[in-house]
Design a protein around this ligand. Sequence first.
Ligand code: MN
Length: 331
Amino acid sequence: MTNPHDAVLARICDAIHQHQRFVITSHARPDGDAIGSELAMAYALRALGKTVRLVNADPVPAMLREFPGIHDVEVATTFDGDAEVAIVMECGSLARTGVSGLERFFVINIDHHPGNTGYGDLNWFDESAAACGELVFTLIEALGVPFSPEIATHIYVTILTDTGAFHFSHITPRTFDICRRALDAGVDPVLVAQRVYDSNTMGRLRLLGTVLNDMETAVDGRIAILSLDPEISRRTGATAEDTEGLINVPLTVHGIVAVAFLKLVKPGELRVSFRSKGTVDVGTIARGFGGGGHLNASGCTVAMAADELKPIIIEQLAQAIADSDGTARVH
Ligand SMILES: [Mn+2]
C-alpha cells in the first residue's frame, strides 16, 4: 500500500528541484522545532545549490544561538525580497508566521499541528510526527541530500525540544530511528542537551523561584496554575525569554497532570499556555479560546482578568482530566 504522504512528498521534491530561490520561515516566537526545521532545510537546499533566505518575525531564542547557521536567520515582519518558493514550517495558518509578503510566492506548507488550514500551494501535514523536524528529515532524505552533521544537529534539536526531552506524546520508533541516524552523522546528544537546557540566566532562576513560590493548585493537587505579570519580571530582572520552559516544571511533580500558565501581556490581555500528561487534552481547551496546539501542549490569548479566567480554566481542566483515560496518573 502506498503511504498517503508519498504523493505530496513527491510533489514537494519536484517543486524544490524545479526552483532556485527560496525563503524559509516559521511561526512567530520560534521554538526549537521551528528553528531546527528551518535550518536543516536551509542546509539541504544549499547542498542542492539553491539560494536560501531565512526570515522570522522574532529572534532565535538564546538557548539555540550556538547552533550552526543561526546567524543566517533574519528578523523581520515583512519579506520584500526575491524568491520563487516560500517554505513555511510549523504554521497552522500563514498569519502564524507574523511575516507578510510570503503569499507572493509558491508556498509549501509543512506542519504537524492539528487544524492546519491548508493555505499552501502544496500542503503536507502529519499529526503523527513528534516534531516538524521528522517531516523535514523525510523530505531531505527524499531529496537525496546527505545527512550532514549540521542537518543532523538541527533535526535532533527539533525532536529533543518538541518532545520536551522525550516527555511528550507522538514519540514513535521512527523518532528514535531519526535520532540514531543523527548520532551516526556525528551529533553529540550530551552537548546538544547542555546547550539547550543548561542555559539559565540569574534572572530566569529568580523568576523560577518567584513564579513557583506563587503557584496555585486545584483538583486535589492535580492541576497547577502559574501566573506572571510585568511586575514580577521587573523585580527578578527576567526577560520574556526567561519564561521559556517554565510551564513544564510543575509536571515534574508526580501527581500534577495539567498546568496552565497565565501571563499578563498587557492590561486585560492574558497569554495562556497549557501542558498536560497522558490523554488529558489541553489542545481542545485552547482552541475553545481561539488558540491552538496539541493534545499535551497548547496556548491561547484571552481578553479577561486572571481572577475571572482561573475558575473557568480550572473547571475545563478538571473536565479534561475526567475525560482522559487515566493513564496520566501513573506517569
Ligand atoms: Mn512542533
